[in-house]
Design a protein around this ligand. Structure first.
Ligand SMILES: NC(=O)c1ccc[n+]([C@@H]2O[C@H](COP(=O)([O-])OP(=O)(O)OC[C@H]3O[C@@H](n4cnc5c(N)ncnc54)[C@H](OP(=O)(O)O)[C@@H]3O)[C@@H](O)[C@H]2O)c1
Length: 429
């Protein structure tokens, strides 16, 4: 049986899961694939730190070159996170002729072309299933299973932390802060949750999915991003009255040669497949021109689901080594994608106005909306006093974002309006 030696960079949450999976399922995988994956060395920062797995003496090192320069190691598995030194180690491993498996969405979303080209130049495989969706096989689905399709839309819940917070706000009326503290206590949110709650983590993942779907690098900064920090239980409650649940969605859609890439809180109709995705789960609803709709659902983080994806990549790398086959290219389009500017997107909207409780207010607001071509689909106006003002909540028919922005800036200047209007977009069918 062919033995394939691996160097692990990192033995944290995911690294320990990978170590355990390879130990527990090693025999079973060897029977299945005809090769045995063996971890030869593991890079860590602190040799003395207690670990959830026990590794043989001499396996841990703090010297990356013991992995990157070891000719016996054929696959480097980067599970450190962060940009540097992870990116340099990935590039060094490729140029030393090693295949690379990584879970690092930040490196790929920010430096994709450099890393993809390095893999191509070295003729080595670069695998990153765990970078998006943890244990959910979204990367392979896009790269392999749906490769004959034009991907028309990706509509996804890609951040378990945000989905957990929104579920708790929605179902138990917790404030954003209360739900965040609970998520942190239960290990669903990091001590510093900024990347998650700002939507940036979702933007990194969406950029990567759009890159794979459309074959041209989509930089993360091209993704329009709004996070969930500004959401109030009141907005979620009003949305529910209209029959919607609020989710942080990552949306990519191609239409007439342009691609929209955006991450923002979105109202999803109750009964829609994505509305039933609760707590820390992720889901990916894909629409291909021939396959139609496909949905993938599962845990997007955690040691075990993520290890499942990483080890599947290690097995794919092993198959490349055994067969000597050429790895498939990731980028295939020469020209950059046309990203549709946000002001030109068309959506239905939810507005919550805060206004003084006086006759004629509603007609002033609807007059400005009408002037900008925005038509109202339904209204809820309740006499609930909040800080001396009442909320007026409206749903619109389809409108262009630029018209909505202009109308709201006029409305927010009215003397009867007491706070900036809350805007949420509604998921289009
Ligand atoms: N956690 C998840 O559920 C999850 C899910 C999907 C993807 N990912 C991705 O997987 C990667 C790893 O995440 P994680 O949660 O496992 O991280 P983690 O628990 O923080 O572990 C990081 C590991 O890398 C080592 N390390 C970090 N910087 C190093 C350096 N400069 N030199 C040597 N060793 C270094 C650390 O060593 P010490 O142990 O000695 O400190 C630690 O073992 C990240 O890219 C993350 O985005 C994570």
């Amino acid at each position: 049986m062919r033995e394939i030696k691996i160097g692990l960079l990192g033995l944290g949450v995911v690294g320990s899961g990978v170590y355990r999976l390879l130990s527990e399922n090693g025999d079973f995988m060897a029977q299945k694939t005809g090769s045995r994956l063996t971890i030869k060395k593991i890079l860590v920062r602190d040799l003395g730190k207690p670990r959830p797995v026990s590794v043989p003496d001499g396996t841990l090192t703090t010297r990356a070159e013991e992995i990157l320069e070891d000719p016996e190691i054929e696959i480097v598995c980067e599970l450190m996170g962060g940009i540097e030194p992870a990116k340099s180690y990935i590039l060094s491993a490729l140029s030393a002729g090693k295949h690379v498996v990584t879970a690092n969405k930040a490196v790929l979303a920010e430096f994709g072309p450099e890393v993809f080209q390095a893999a191509e130049a070295a003729d080595r495989g670069l695998f990153f299933e765990a970078a998006v969706g943890g244990g959910v096989p979204i990367i392979k689905t896009l790269r392999e299973s749906l490769s004959a399709n034009r991907i028309q839309t990706i509509t996804a819940i890609v951040n378990g932390t945000c989905n957990y917070i929104l579920t708790r706000m929605q179902e138990s009326g917790l404030s954003f802060k209360e739900a965040l503290v609970e998520a942190q206590k239960l290990g669903f949110a990091e001590a510093d949750p900024t990347l998650d709650i700002s939507g940036m983590d979702s933007a990194h993942k969406l950029a990567l999915l759009a890159t794979l779907s459309y074959g041209s690098f989509v930089p993360a900064e091209k993704v329009y991003v709004e996070g969930i920090e500004g959401l109030e239980p009141l907005d979620l409650a009003f949305a529910k009255e209209f029959g919607f649940l609020t989710k942080l969605l990552a949306i990519a859609r191609e239409k007439e040669g342009e691609v929209e890439v955006r991450v923002h809180p979105t109202l999803v109709p109750e009964g829609h497949m994505l509305s039933s995705v609760r707590l820390a789960y992720n889901a990916f609803l894909l629409k291909g021109d021939f396959v139609g709709e496909i949905m993938l659902y599962g845990l997007g983080a955690g040691a075990e689901p993520t290890a499942s994806a990483v080890v599947a990549d290690l097995l794919d790398a092993a198959r490349l080594i055994i067969s000597g086959a050429k790895p498939t290219s990731i980028l295939y389009r020469e020209t950059p994608l046309d990203i549709k500017p946000m002001p030109r997107i068309v959506s239905r909207y939810f507005f919550r106005f805060s206004a003084v409780d006086r006759p004629g207010v509603l007609s002033k607001i609807s007059g400005i909306l009408g002037k900008h071509g925005i038509s109202i689909a339904s209204v809820i106006q309740k006499g609930r006093q909040i800080g001396g003002s009442v909320p007026i909540v409206m749903l619109t028919h389809e409108a262009e974002e630029s018209a909505v922005r202009k109308a709201l800036s006029e409305i927010d200047k009215l003397d009867v309006v007491t706070a900036p209007t809350k805007l949420l977009r509604i998921l289009e069918d």
